[in-house]
Design a binder for this molecule. Sequence first.
Ligand code: NAD
Length: 420
Amino acid sequence: MPSEGSSINPFETAKKQVDIVCDLIGINGGIREMLKHPKRELSVNFPVRMDDGSYRVFSGFRVQYNMARGPCKGGIRYHPNVSLDEVRALAAWMTWKCAVVNLPYGGAKGGVICDPKHMSQGELERMTRRYASEIAPLIGPEMDIPAPDVYTDSQTMAWIMDTYSVLKGYSVPGVITGKPISLGGSEGRGEATGRGCAYVIREAAPHSKVKVKGASVAVQGFGNAGSVAAKILQEEQGAKIVAVSDTRGGIYNPAGLSVAAVEAHKKKTGSVVGFAGTKPLTHDELLAMDVDILIPAALENQITGKNAHAIRAKIVAEAANGPTTPEADQILYDRKITVLPDVLANAGGVTVSYFEWAQDIQGFFWTLKEVNDRLERVMVRSYGEVHAEAMQRKVHNRTAAYVVAIQRVVDAIKMRGIYP
Ligand code: NAD
């Protein structure tokens, strides 16, 4: 990834972020050390039979970062670049994300070093089932509940749910979220990240002197998170989506794009590029557009020290994880651009994962309206808490969100006390 952030060990970054917040709110000694150490880590190496009859050994991890506030929650990533330090950092960030929106969860993450683009469905299923059985001693509805992440999806979750259930001898839907509806998945889970992001934008807009109705919006990454955020901003809040992009490039129409029509075009052609009546845009041009709201919804490290001066949006809403580097964060703050940080702006996904788990445990399922109403309440409340903290401490929203989160984790640690 071409940025100043990519050469940095992500776990070192995660620990630095903890130090910054601990300095700010005066947390020292053993509790600070606890916040900078994962509670429990499992490394597994396991064989998988490949389609050609050979066996390959894969390596994977599950890191439970902190469970002071409840069972651990966090996705499973399949990628060639997965490393223990990356998983540790992602597990730390899940801890803070769950705490920002006040879910009764700690944070965890898992990953397998593999290249899923070059594996067959059969190989992926066998690898998933074996990985699930290797980490089975650590997961469970009361202990650690995985979910999808990069290159894992509802099918992967279904295999993990089935494998865990076979080992137990009965069905355990609450062991994992992001499942298909037919296996105890929740209504609204697929749209939850984008929908939550749209709610946070709506709440933040008045504080940035933006009226969402009629506001111009550019979206980098027209995938699950980005396209849903665009759709809801357009259809429910009256915003004007003027530019969107995917890996092949961007498109622009100052009069506004119909999100539904762009979606249909992407479904047919595989890309947003070439949609009728639009001008092409480069990746850099999209980020630098003169719009009210910019939604990075693709990858990490997109807004860096190099291009943060070129950003012209009034609000940057991070549907993606980690799109803004720390250097860029400060530049945007100094330029009075409102950043809605990932731990808040994309927490709608984990929030509805929590709803899915709650429904599975009760065996009692909610309507789409119930899910969306509850999601809205969580996002509105959480934005309000982060904004109040930012105003009171005169810090940017990311620091404020971390303060809210880390304070909650510290309170839980202190109330529980240290065993023995
Ligand atoms: P996705 O694969 O559905 O969509 C990603 C989109 O980004 C694709 O359309 C891809 O073409 C595009 N893209 C990739 N590189 C790009 C580039 N350089 N420029 C422009 N577009 C580019 O993935 P997703 O689930 O929407 O996830 C996107 C981001 O949101 C990730 O950072 C992810 O971690 C974060 N996120 C997603 C969820 C969720 O529930 N889906 C939850 C929390 C965070």
